[in-house]
Structures are given as C-alpha cells and as structure tokens.
Design a protein around this ligand. Structure first.
Ligand code: C2E
Ligand code: MG
Ligand code: MG
Length: 675
C-alpha cells in the first residue's frame, strides 16, 4: 500500500507530464461510499477548500474506474468547476478505493453559471478584479485586469501572483500577503505595481480576504483603480496654483500672499518703505503673434531668466499675467531705488534676445508703488503698481512711472465712468452727431461722419475721447459700436425718406470691433435692414490699427470690402504707415489728420505733409478728406493740393440729425462762407 502524498504526487505528475494534457491537475482518494479520504493541495485549491478541508466530505460526483468523464460542480461565490476527471482503482488503508485525477481546463474554470449579475459585474467592471486562492494563485483575472497589468487571463489563471515590484514598492504578491495577514484595504494608494512592460502603475486598491461557506479563509479578492490620470491632474494643479507654468515662477496669488505676509509683519513693527514693481512688456501681443506661441513662450522664459538675474536673491519675482511680472524688492527701502532697479531691469531686457535664430527686441514699462504711502494691503499696492505701469504704457511704453495720488483719482474716476457706461445704451444716453463732409469740386455736402456722444444725466456731455478708450478697455465698445452702425444706417435711411440727396455715411470702427470676425455680418445685416446700398457706408479705421498686424488687418479689410462698403484710413499720417503696405490695402479714402491741418491763425499746420499725403493719395487712386478745417486759408490750400473733401468747423461742427437735414436741404451747409 502506498502513502497518500506519494501516490497523489505521482498521479498529478504523470497527468501533467502526459503530452497534450495541459491545465490544472489535482487528485483525490475517494472510498466506496463516495467520501473523500485524502486530497492533494491542488485539489483543495481547485475545490476552494482549506488544507485538510476536503477529507470526510462527499465528493459530489461519480465515475467508473478506467473511464474519463466531465464534471460540472458548484463552488463558492456562484462559480462552478468544469473539469475532466479520470478514475483508477487503488487501495486506501486496506480498502479498495478510487483515485480520481481532476483536470480543470484553463479558461473554463471560474465560469459563472449561477449568477449572471455577478458575472456581468466582474466582466464589465472598470476596476481590475483579481481573486486568488489561499496560496496566492490567481483564480479570477477580469478584462480590466488584463488591460491594467498587460497580462491575459489565460496566462494568469492558476499562476502565482507576480512578486516583482518597482523599487521600494509592493508587488501584487506582497499585497496578497498583507491581506492574508488580516489587513483589509479600502482605497489605499499603492506604488510598486508594474505593467507587463515594466511601467510603474499608480493604483488605488481595495482588498479583502474571502471565506468559504464554512467561514474558513479561501483566498483574497483585490480590486484596482487606475489613478495615474488623477495623479497627473493633481500634480498639474499643484504646479498651477503654486507656481506659474511657463517660467516656473510664483504666480499672482502667491506673490500677493507673500507680500501680504511681509506687510502684516511690518505693520506691527517699524514701517520702512516697501517697494513693489509691476513690469509689462510693450507690444508683446504683436511680438508673440509674429514669433508664434512656442517661440513666444521661449521669449518669456528668457525674459524671466534675465529679470531674475538682475534682482537680488532676496527679492521676489512673480509672473502675474501673460506678459507681466511683479517684483517685491526686499533688500531696499529707498524710494529712489525703485527707479534704479526698474532701469536696471529695462536695460537687461534691452539687449536683443535670440529666439529661433532671430534677434528679438523687447522694451518694458514699469510701474512702481511704495508702502505705506500707496497702500498697506497687498491688493492695494499691486493695483497701484499696475495703474502706474498702465500709465507708463499709455505714454508710449519703455519707461518707468511711479504711482501718484492723481493716478489713483483717475483710476477711481475710470471705475465710476465704466459703471455708468454699462447702462448708457439701455438708458438711451448715447446718441450720434453728424458732421458734414463737403466735396471741394461740387461745393456741396456729399456725406457725413457719425460721431458718438454720451450725455450722462449728472456728468453732462462726456467727450468721446474720454469714454471710447474706456469702452475699448472694458469690452463695452463692441455692443456700443454695433449700436452706432445700426443707428447710423437707420438715420441715413430716414434722411433718404425725408428727401435728402443720397449722402454717404462714415462710421468709426474701434480696434476691438475691427478684430471681431462678426463685424462683416453685423454691417451686412444693418445695410439690409435699412435698405441701403453698401457703397453708401464708409467704415473708418485708424492708421495705427492697420499697423499693428498688417497681414491680419489686410485680411479683415478684404472681408469688409467684399461687402462693397467703402473703407477709409482715419487720422492718416499719425500712425507711421509702412507706405509699401498702402498699395495692398483695399481702401478708398485717406483722411488727413487734423493735427497737420489746424495750425495757428488759421494756417495749415504742416503744408509739406498735407501736400505729400494728397500726392500719395492721387498716385494710388485714393480720395482725400481733410479733417479739422477751420479757416478759409486752410480750405484754399487743400483745394490747391487737389484734396477731394473737407470736414471741419468752417462748414459745421457735428450736428443733430434735424439740423443736418435742414442745412443740407436749404443748401446752407455746402455753401462757402464769405471769404
Ligand atoms: P475722428 O474720427 O478723427 O473724428 C474727428 C474729430 O474731430 C471729431 O471729434 C470732430 O468733432 C472733431 N472735429 C471735426 N472738425 C473739427 C474742427 O474743425 N476743429 C476741431 N477742433 N475739431 C474738429 P470727436 O467727435 O470729439 O471725436 C473724437 C474721436 O472719437 C473721433 O476722431 C473718433 O476717433 C472717436 N469717435 C467718435 N465717434 C466714434 C464712434 O462712434 N466709434 C468709435 N470707435 N470712435 C468714435
Ligand atoms: Mg473718424
Ligand atoms: Mg480723424
């Protein structure tokens, strides 16, 4: 008689080494009554039983010696075991017995028949689900696990959990051991687990020990969620919140926090002046556009590097806007040092940058604010430095400006005005005045320019120069500009119906409106709504608008021109046009800026320029309109130079629609005043 371990061992070995017989092999000794008398460890694993747990149980299936048959028996958790069994006669403790070899087919084990819901849950779970037996061999490996770990279920079933891990991390097998040791894991982040290709995974794990129906441990169930993308986003947020992405500098929030901390500290002790600088690059948008965004980023990195080099290590440099930097000078308390440091920074930036093999020149505007004079709170100081910088920019850039009370008053004033302007359209406080344009050959009014007016109930009439830049700044110019186009078209149609000769209507277009792709459709709609031929409308854009990004400006002009409206360049001569572009622009008219026309004592202020513009326009086949004509001498000079139209107080100031209509119909407006 043989002892069981040897007997079973041999049976299992012979089965596994037989050619073509792959799978999990296990052996049982079953007596005549069908009771299990002995079981190999593999059989215990296969049947979900703890060590020694099968002995004495009914085997649950029958077979005839010498035959192979297929069995299908229920296991725990709704699983069923499908296997081929082979039975041979043997002897056990002096009695005849059967030795049963069980061969479980990979892929057929663990098929859920009993519980479709559970099967579907496991199969479709987005979590990787792995179950093992007591020895850490895989009994379940769902699709998400295949995807997460890069190993197929066929490969893994029946195999021990992998023991390899990334350095200092835990392997799947380590986790199994922790859980077998009595630990339960609830959403614990683990590191060390590896994808088949060696990539470390960032996972969250839930794991528990499973028991069989008798309450004995039967293995481990683990579920894994992939948190690598969440981790990436978290790291990103940390970087963004804490540091600005691009040059790796603190951002506005951090700057403000540190400044506030310093000011708070100072408030308690002696208060030496604290200096805050706000530095903005001039014309960065244009530079960025011409360089392209990635080169623009490189330029900003270089700029921040130079700024950092030019400062003391104790100073704080932060990037607080697309092309703006805030600087807290910690080492200096002399107000004059603010200007000195600002100049040093500007000098460092004045050296050309080499970006993508190209020399790039940059200038900067710097605003300086000083605590305690300009504020005791971080927010106030930053705002003060900001408005000082804005002033430096307004004055042409490339300079340093200290914050002043006057600036503060202006900023507050602006805020009040901006709020009032928000309601101006609804409250019908805006209206248009119309200034006639007189044809010098025909000596009659041929058109008008619509000029925006704002009558505020308390502040009275506010000149466009005060509120248009503001409307531009806060974005209100777009709805306002749209209203102007509508209203001007409506008025022109009303004059048509009132029997006026067909005048042309000039409307000023702001930078923001001009850049808006909707402008063409807005104009088209207004013309259609008021039954106007497109040639009746002339849009005025300033020369400086065209110089900012000329290829883009040409594209926009061409879009507008496709409507067949007329286009004029306003304030011509002040924007330093690159004359070679002029021939490419689809414009019809040049408006000579009044600064060249209006001189002392009614003289022409700058005859050579006026003459040059007239010659240029006639050479290019463009019409000329002179603005600001106030005297007979100016008019005569313009006529002698072949200027086509004039506009100015000599004929009329901007008028109400009624006064304009009356003046045109009576013929009074076009008539030349007596010399
Ligand atoms: P602009 O388009 O160059 O308009 C000509 C300005 O010169 C007008 O000033 C007009 O009243 C003034 N003017 C005309 N003739 C004479 C004169 O003989 N002597 C003097 N001293 N001035 C004269 P206004 O109406 O104050 O407009 C100023 C600027 O505001 C305009 O300059 C234009 O750039 C802007 N603006 C006016 N209305 C609008 C509008 O509806 N939209 C936009 N975007 N800008 C507008
Ligand atoms: Mg104009
Ligand atoms: Mg003008």
């Amino acid at each position: 008689m043989e002892r069981l371990p040897a007997l079973l061992d041999r049976a299992e070995k012979s089965a596994t080494t037989s050619p073509g017989k792959e799978g999990v092999f296990a052996s049982l000794i079953v007596d005549r009554q069908g009771l299990i008398r002995a079981a190999s460890p593999a059989a215990e694993r296969l049947l979900h039983a703890p060590p020694g747990g099968l002995v004495g149980r009914h085997c649950g299936f029958s077979c005839s010696p010498g035959e192979e048959s297929e069995i299908d028996i229920p296991l725990t958790h709704g699983e069923r075991l499908k296997a081929i069994i082979h039975c041979t006669l043997t002897e056990w403790e002096g009695e005849a017995a059967c030795q049963i070899t069980i061969k479980a087919q990979p892929g057929r084990r663990n098929v859920f028949h009993g519980n479709e819901l559970l099967r579907a849950l496991v199969a479709y779970s987005p979590l990787a689900i792995i179950a093992t037996d007591l020895s850490g061999c895989v009994t379940l490996w769902n699709l998400a696990a295949v995807q997460l770990f890069g190993r197929s279920d066929v490969e893994m079933r029946g195999e021990k959990l992998p023991t390899q891990a990334a350095s200092h991390g835990e392997s799947l097998y380590d986790l199994f051991e922790r859980v077998m040791g009595g630990e339960s894991l609830h959403g614990v982040e683990v590191n060390g687990l590896l994808h088949e290709d060696g990539t470390p995974l960032e996972l969250e794990v839930w794991a528990t020990r499973m028991n069989n129906e008798r309450g004995l441990p039967s293995g481990v169930l683990m579920m894994f969620g992939d948190i690598s993308s969440r981790k990436r986003i978290e790291a990103h947020i940390r970087r963004v919140v804490g540091h600005d992405l691009l040059p790796g500098l603190p951002n506005r929030r951090q700057f403000q926090k540190q400044l506030q901390r310093l000011l708070k500290h100072k408030k308690q002790g002696e208060m030496l002046p604290t200096l805050v600088l706000q530095l903005g690059l001039d014309r960065f948008r244009t530079i960025n556009k011409s360089l392209g965004p990635s080169n623009g980023d490189q330029l900003l990195r270089e700029v921040s590097r130079r700024l950092a080099e030019a400062l003391y290590e104790t100073d704080l440099l932060a990037r607080t806007g697309g092309d703006e930097f805030s600087i807290l000078l910690r080492g200096t308390h002399q107000i004059e040092d603010g200007a000195r440091v600002a100049d040093r920074l500007r000098q460092r930036l004045a050296e050309p940058f080499l970006i993508a093999g190209q020399e790039v020149f940059v200038t900067a505007s710097v605003g300086v604010a000083v605590a305690p004079d300009d504020g005791l709170e971080a927010e106030d100081l930053i705002r003060a430095a900001d408005s000082a910088m804005a002033r430096a920019k307004e004055q042409g850039g490339d300079s340093v400006q200290f914050f002043t009370r006057e600036l503060d008053a202006q900023a507050k004033n602006r805020l009040v005005l901006e709020n009032a302007l928000r309601h101006a359209i609804d409250r019908q406080e805006l209206f248009l005045a119309y200034q006639p344009k007189v044809d010098l050959v025909r000596r009659q009014v041929v058109g008008v320019e619509a000029l925006l007016r704002w009558r505020h109930p308390e502040m009275g009439l506010i000149p466009p120069a005060s509120f248009i830049p503001l409307a531009e700044h806060c974005g209100l110019i777009e709805p306002i500009g749209l209203w102007v186009i509508e209203e001007a078209c409506r008025q022109l149609h009303a004059w048509d119906r009132a029997g006026l000769p067909p005048l042309s209507m000039s409307v000023n277009v702001s930078v923001r409106q001009f850049r808006n792709n909707d402008l063409r459709d807005q104009v088209h709609l207004a013309l259609a709504r008021h039954h106007l031929a497109p040639e009746r409308l002339e849009l005025e854009v300033t020369e400086s608008m065209l110089m900012r990004n000329t290829p883009e400006a040409i594209r926009m002009l061409e879009r507008l021109k496709s409507l067949r409206v007329r286009l004029a360049i306003d304030d011509f001569g002040t924007g330093f046009s690159c004359l070679s572009y002029l021939a490419d622009l689809p414009v019809d008219t040049l408006k000579i800026d009044q600064s060249f026309v209006r001189g002392a004592d009614g003289q022409i202020r700058n005859p050579p320029i006026v003459r040059a513009i007239c010659t240029l326009a006639s050479g290019l086949g463009l019409r000329t309109v002179a603005e600001g004509v106030e005297s007979r001498q100016q008019l005569d000079y313009l006529a002698s130079q072949g200027c086509d139209e004039v506009q100015g107080y000599l004929f009329a100031p901007p008028l109400s629609p009624e006064a304009l209509a009356e003046g045109v119909l009576s013929g009074r407006l076009g008539a030349l005043p007596a010399a």
